[in-house]
Design a protein around this ligand. Structure first.
Ligand SMILES: [Zn+2]
Length: 214
């Protein structure tokens, strides 16, 4: 699954119809992520989030169980989110940012896009036979929905087609080309072969020359 997005939403937010049914929404209270007024009082600010990633939504759906009094560990009474408090609460607190990133990491682990011993996010290749699945039901997307998802994610890399044989990480095409050139120059220098025209193979064996692995 590809992570589509995580975004704060109000009511009346509209999505492309073909994607709308695959994106889910949760609400979380920002006081649970350390949103505070300049006086240090908790700011509840219930916030709607949309994403196709269940792991991100899981991290963003913490609710405050307190009435007036906040249920966060350090307690306190909720500040009214208006004026300066509302303006300042437009900035996400560190804990909220971290929750998004942790959710993202968990999703990547779950999807097999983060691997032990490999750095960075693993790219997708044509031979990975990418499928788009509904995040919650696991149902395979087809037709119009698949085309829409492909357009959003643009997942298939047509440039980076060479993978490291051990880690499966994509390799930089220009460096691969340079490394191959260097290797071939080394072979040339050692005079391990001599060039012959194709016609010679045909004349001697009646067949085209066989391919060899580079
Ligand atoms: Zn609270």
């Amino acid at each position: 699954m590809k992570i589509l997005m995580v975004r704060q939403v109000g009511t009346g937010c509209q999505l492309q119809p073909s994607l709308a049914m695959r994106v889910h929404r949760v609400t979380g209270d920002q006081c649970q992520y350390d949103q505070e007024s300049h006086k240090g009082d908790p700011v509840k600010k219930p916030t709607g989030w949309m994403s196709n990633s269940p792991e991100i939504l899981k991290k963003l759906s913490k609710r405050c169980r307190g009435v007036g009094e906040c249920s966060r560990r350090t307690g306190g009474r909720h500040a009214t989110a208006s004026g300066r408090v509302a303006r300042e609460a437009a900035i996400y607190p560190f804990k909220l940012c971290r929750a998004i990133l942790e959710g993202c990491k968990n999703q990547l682990l779950k999807d097999g896009k983060l691997l032990a011993g490999a750095r960075g996010i693993q790219a997708l290749f044509d031979d990975d036979h990418v499928e788009y699945l509904d995040a919650l039901t696991g149902e395979k997307l087809n037709g119009e929905e698949k085309a829409a998802a492909e357009k959003v994610f643009n997942v298939t890399s047509h440039e980076a087609m060479v993978k490291d044989s051990v880690t499966g990480q994509p390799l930089e095409p220009l460096l691969v080309k340079a490394a191959r050139k260097l290797e071939m120059e080394y072979f040339e220098a050692k005079e391990v072969w001599e060039r012959s025209p194709r016609s010679e193979a045909l004349a001697r064996t009646g067949k085209a020359p066989s391919r060899c692995a580079g």
